[in-house]
Design a protein around this ligand. Structure first.
Ligand code: ATP
Ligand code: MG
Length: 410
């Protein structure tokens, strides 16, 4: 209230000032009495504070225009503007109108159809009963549509306006949020399981060392070695988990640095020399001539090729050789392809789409004996996404596998 008065005073400040000056001049020069001066000034002030007739008129006009505009908006247009499935129904729970999203989500609905017949789940019946009984104006339930694919919805029902005898159902799709929740829970379960396995083994050996093997130096040495391997595995797992979460924290790459792929892949091959010797795998190079540079982060790309080459040596060991090639892409997108090909057992087709998932391994036991955590390829995938790059996996069972990284040059 005082704020409106202050605004009106401020808006009329020049008129008010002119009025005060005029009254003061009249007071000084026309010999006006002081009894007239004070009421004249008060009158001026009141005139400035009172709402101007024109202003009130324009406020009323705006309200009227708004009302006409809203009346023109039909329920149908409003329903069509809502992206979620929306169904308007009447007191008899019969569909009056459904928007396009509702038709797309639940085929076979039409005005005149009875809602309890369409949505037979008990939670939907309860929801309809509770709003139709009029005890509450709106209610919410979780509802899962089983066919054609399972989708989880949070459904809200409410009455529309007063005395219209119309009600509205809005379906919010929760499937994506549920999937993310499930992934998070799976991830925690997997990570704790992976950590608990070596921990249980260490605890078992400590017990044996304190008991039956107390005075057996040979057994002690052997058990300590196993325990050291297990702590190494736990440390690797934690490093990989930290690496993944760091990559997730910074989804976009700082642009600007150039990576020399020839030099990077060469140093990956050098660093895996001991593993290649241990697994009796010969690593062959097939690099294109000329500069092989791409924009990117050297350490991250090193990690990508290190994991791919390590996998090729570990899992393709039986092939006896691995070929690492770098070539300019011949496809439509300008870039460089780095391919790591082994001649081992290969990967059955059904595993290929899932192999980059966290903790996904074709054969958990083989991977564990190879000291694998199952996180390598998911780290690879994250890094490549940051580089706008693509990983292609081709394999023929019994003949080997080829992991190809396409890095864009522009
Ligand atoms: N060249 C390959 N040939 C056959 N199977 C492979 C090959 N590369 C990967 N795999 C399969 O994919 C799984 C996942 O590989 P990934 O690199 O993600 O994990 P890992 O090697 O088990 O563990 P980490 O890389 O963390 O040490 C492996 O366990 C293995 O079963
Ligand atoms: Mg690996």
């Amino acid at each position: 209230m005082t704020r409106t008065m202050a605004i009106r005073l401020w808006n009329g400040r020049w008129l008010l000032a002119a009025g005060v000056v005029a009254v003061l001049i009249a007071f000084a020069f026309a010999g006006l009495s002081a009894y007239v001066l004070v009421p004249a000034l008060l009158l001026l002030l009141a005139a400035a504070i009172l709402p101007a007739a024109g202003m009130r008129q324009s406020e009323e006009n705006a309200a009227a225009i708004e009302a006409i505009g809203l009346q023109r908006l039909s329920g149908e247009y409003l329903a069509a503007a809502v992206a979620d499935p929306l169904i308007i129904f009447d007191q008899a729970a019969t569909i009056v109108h459904a928007n396009a999203a509702a038709f797309a989500a639940f085929g076979g609905i039409a005005p005149g159809l009875s809602l309890p017949l369409k949505f037979r789940a008990p939670e939907m019946q309860t929801l309809l009963d509770s709003v139709l009984s009029g005890t509450i104006a709106s209610d919410v339930v979780d509802y899962t549509e089983k066919l054609p694919v399972e989708r989880a919805y949070r459904v809200s029902a409410s009455s529309v306006g007063h005395g219209t005898d119309l009600y509205v159902l809005v379906f919010k799709d929760q499937s994506e949020a549920r999937r993310i929740d499930r992934m998070r829970a799976d991830f925690i379960a997997n990570a704790s399981h992976e950590l608990r396995t070596p921990l249980a083994s260490i605890a078992g050996f400590i017990e044996t060392l304190r008991g039956p093997a107390r005075n057996d130096p040979a057994a002690r040495e052997q058990f300590l070695q196993i325990m050291q391997n297990q702590t190494g595995r736990m440390a690797r797992l934690i490093d990989d988990l930290l690496s993944l979460s760091r990559l997730e924290m910074k989804p976009y790459l700082k642009p600007g640095t150039e990576v020399d792929l020839r030099q990077t892949v060469d140093s990956v091959i050098d660093s895996l020399g001991p593993l290649a010797r241990e697994t009796s795998v010969a690593i062959e190079r097939d690099f294109a001539a000329g500069p092989l540079n791409v924009p990117g982060d050297r350490d991250e790309l090193f990690q990508v090729f290190e994991n791919l080459l390590e996998n090729a040596c570990k899992y393709g060991q039986s092939g006896g050789r691995v070929v690492v090639s770098i070539a300019h892409s011949d496809g439509a997108e300008p870039g460089i392809d780095v391919t790591i090909r082994d001649f081992g057992p290969g990967i059955p087709e059904e595993h290929i789409p899932r192999i980059t998932e966290r903790f996904y391994r074709i054969d958990v036991e083989t991977s564990r004996t190879q000291k694998g955590t199952g996180l390598g390829l998911s780290i690879v995938k994250h890094i490549l996404t940051r580089h706008n790059a693509r990983l292609t996996i081709k394999s023929e069972v019994g003949k080997g596998a080829a992991f190809s990284v396409h890095l864009p040059t522009a």
